[in-house]
Design a protein around this ligand. Structure first.
Ligand code: GAP
Length: 458
């Protein structure tokens, strides 16, 4: 099936159907800040719930945490972020744009020439200087020495700060992990590509603590697990790959990192797609626990009470972005086809990710159909996210649900009032089955739980 998706189409659908809006739009917007609308909230929640499910419900060696965004400032000294979480920044004196020196795209520069009379369109770049990506703020009412704190640039450090608490209360011993989802903040020099790179975003991170000799085995385990998570939720395998970092790409804390990358489309149908990072899986060794032990004066090690062995665990970290994952799921699901000669846009989302699972639609707004449809709706919504819609032609109502990715539409028609059955329409196959109202909830749940494969793979 030819892929017709472009980033421009995703941005436009996201706005039209209430997934994602430019933030502060009535004031002209603020660069790279986005607000999630109703369906965006539901979709991102489903992505996060699937991540929690894979970490907590389907395993018994990972526990959950929700740590503070503002942490003790020593955290960032110990972690290396204060000294080293920087990007090289260059200014163009001609077009006044700022660039990351390591991602320099001179063609973007020349395209925005200065309006100053006589100014040249040639790039005229300043020397690169290091720019720390952490947002700084002050704690308390007075801006005084010692009051500076930072918005966390990753959720991971909150996990290391709680390592001792977890050894004490959770009755876990290595190998075990601590998982968290939460907002992180980075003052990116060049954010962009819609919600792919923003200054405020949600991370889904898990730190897995292991005996030093077992780190490589667990690193490989998590590479396999995390890649499989995306394909199980519908990403086409040929649009996903693992890429090992070159030694000069590695973060200061990492001895090995591989990224899960997705083949994102270009903005329009002219440009080529690009492989971009969805998630990094890193072997952080004992770097973080050792650093925090050194700076806090606390022992951060595991002592085996039976053998008396003690060691600083090594850490394997799968670190994903909830917004990036949601974007990849949207892009991968986007499709266009024709029904009865009419063009349709459809999101072929995995049913478990779909914002709305079922839509209840009376065929006409009379003859008792809306009343019966409302009764069906009231029952279904107890069990799943359901919508009721009685306005407009049935074809248009189907189309609207297709565009937000609703896998099942239930139509109440003339026959429904006679024999208590409804039609159940499948978004992808367009098959319509007649189902008894009394069996509808169970039938939908059975379908929602069944293994699913993207029809784009057919
Ligand atoms: N604790 C390790 C860490 O934070 P990272 O590769 O810098 O590693 C992990 O970030 C993930 O967080 C990325 O793979 C990406 O999905 C997401 N992420 C990072 N910066 C982002 C940004 N500016 N906007 C959206 N997502 C971002």
């Amino acid at each position: 099936m030819a892929d017709t998706v472009t980033m421009d189409k995703i941005v436009s659908l996201s706005k039209r159907r209430g997934f994602v809006f430019q933030s502060s739009e009535i004031y002209g917007g603020i660069s790279s800040s986005y607000d999630y609308g109703h369906y965006g909230v539901l979709l991102k929640n489903n992505v996060k719930n699937q991540w929690w499910r894979s970490m907590l419900q389907e395993r018994d060696d990972v526990v959950a945490l929700d740590s503070a965004i503002i942490q003790h400032p020593q955290t960032w000294v110990a972690s290396g972020h204060l000294a080293g979480f920087t990007d090289p920044l260059v200014d163009c004196r001609t077009c006044k744009l700022r660039f990351r020196a390591d991602h320099l795209d001179v063609s973007a520069c020349g395209r925005k020439p200065s309006k100053r009379p006589g100014a040249s369109d040639e790039c005229d770049l300043t020397e690169a200087r290091d720019f720390n990506l952490m947002f700084e703020t002050t704690i308390g009412p007075v801006k005084e020495e010692g009051a500076t704190v930072y918005l966390r640039p990753e959720t991971a450090q909150g996990i290391f700060l709680n390592f001792r608490n977890y050894l004490q209360f959770s009755r876990k011993r290595p190998p075990f992990g601590i998982a968290q989802i939460g907002k992180s903040f980075r003052n990116e020099i060049t954010p962009g590509n819609f919600i792919f790179r923003t200054r405020e975003f949600e991370q889904m991170e898990m730190e897995f603590f292991v005996a030093p000799g077992e780190a490589q085995r667990w690193f490989e385990h998590w590479l396999t697990e995390r890649e499989a998570w995306y394909t199980r939720l519908g990403i086409r395998p040929d649009h996903l790959r693992l890429r090992a970092h070159d030694p000069d790409e590695l973060s200061h804390y990492s001895s090995a990192t591989s990224d899960v990358e997705y083949l994102f489309p270009s903005a329009d149908s002219v440009g080529a797609g690009r492989w971009l990072e969805l998630e990094g899986i890193a072997n952080r060794g004992d770097f973080d626990l050792t650093q925090h032990a050194g700076h806090s004066g606390q022992k951060l090690e595991y002592v085996d009470t039976a053998s008396g062995d003690r060691y600083v665990p090594h850490v394997i970290e799968p670190a994903a972005g909830a917004d990036r994952a949601m974007l990849a799921f949207l892009v991968d699901a986007y499709d266009e086809d024709e029904i009865g000669g009419e063009a349709r846009t459809v999101l072929r989302l995995h049913p478990q990710l779909a914002p709305v699972k079922a839509a209840v639609l009376p065929l006409v707004r009379k003859d008792g159909q809306p009343e019966l449809a409302r009764r069906v709706y009231a029952e279904l919504r107890e069990r799943m996210q359901t919508e009721y819609d009685e306005g407009g032609a049935i074809g248009r109502r189907y189309r609207r649900q297709d565009e937000i990715g609703t896998p099942y539409a239930i139509t109440i028609d003339h026959q429904s009032l006679q024999d208590d059955t409804v039609t159940l329409r499948d978004r992808d196959s367009l098959e319509q089955a007649r189902v008894a109202i009394g069996e509808l909830g169970d039938e939908l749940q059975r379908r929602l739980r069944a293994p699913w494969r993207s029809p784009k793979l057919a």
